[in-house]
Design a protein around this ligand. Structure first.
Ligand code: ZN
Length: 268
């Protein structure tokens, strides 16, 4: 059985199972402020102990994290976690002695959607997660595209207004300063959120022309989000020569966890 972990901007989710059917155990909690990689690892051990799961019962650990991740599960930057250059994969290997794969959360969600979800019959797609922050992943030729070095996931940091509000990434006027869970906490309702989201998605469509757009994330339940309005806006903002893709809001409740378990598919 696999241990799947989803470490997001506001939450921590764990699940134990084979990833294809119902989970045997699940855990969900708010991520404590100030959680470090070391306290994260000790929390995982605490949850396993609560479940009565021995380390030898864990075939592998798949981690979905809101971060840019390089080889070996090394966290390059995770602004919402305040983690920079953290050897998360190594720490988990040392603590549990099991195979570990760490991947950016949107790549996990897109992997699930490309393999078993809404994009399983599409060769190309744009996956957009609108949560605390906004991330994206492209599915190209049935594969999740990570970029050359793992960083092709930051639709929320597309700069739309260089004179706009400061963003936690260090720039100004990023998409997520208007259309994200963080933005709603500052400005309610956030002004221009839907049009900004449409502009950013339209730029991606014009560049790639995917078959499908898959939207997911807790911030889609905010009052400003309107799927029909977004559907009307996109053709006005994209190059007329591209085919408009199908646009769906995913109904998969835990795509990051499912994708994290899929990272370990080579493990029995
Ligand atoms: Zn930014």
């Amino acid at each position: 059985m696999k241990l799947a972990i989803d470490l997001g901007g506001t939450h921590l989710r764990l699940a134990f199972g084979d990833g294809s059917g119902p989970w045997q155990h699940t855990h969900r909690s708010r991520r404590p402020d100030g959680m470090t990689p070391d306290t994260f690892v000790s929390t995982i051990g605490d949850v396993l102990a609560e479940w009565g799961i021995e380390r030898r019962d864990v075939d592998g650990i798949g981690v979905s994290v809101a971060a840019v991740v390089s080889a070996g599960g090394h966290i390059v930057r995770a602004e919402n976690l305040h983690w920079w250059e953290a050897p998360l994969g190594r720490l988990l290997c040392e603590a549990f002695g099991r195979p570990v794969v760490v991947e950016t959360d949107v790549y996990c969600g897109a992997l699930f959607e490309a393999t078993s979800g809404h994009a399983r019959s599409a060769g190309s797609g744009l996956y957009v997660s609108v949560g605390t922050g906004i991330g994206h992943a492209f599915i190209l030729n049935h594969q999740v595209w990570r970029g050359a070095f793992g960083g092709a996931n930051a639709l929320g940091h597309m700069v739309l207004r260089p004179e706009g509000a400061a963003c936690y990434c260090g720039h100004h006027g990023c998409l997520c300063t208007t259309a994200s869970g963080l933005a709603q906490a500052v400005d309610q309702p956030p002004r221009g959120a839907l049009v900004d989201l449409a502009q950013a998605i339209a730029a991606a469509l014009t560049l790639i022309e995917p078959e499908i757009i898959i939207l997911t994330g807790g911030a889609l339940s905010q009052p400003w989000f309107d799927l029909e309005h977004l559907t009307r806006l996109l053709p006005e903002l994209t190059y007329p020569g591209i085919a408009q893709p199908a646009l769906v809001v995913s109904d998969v409740p835990d795509p990051n966890l499912r994708g994290a378990a899929m990272l370990l598919k080579e493990i029995a």
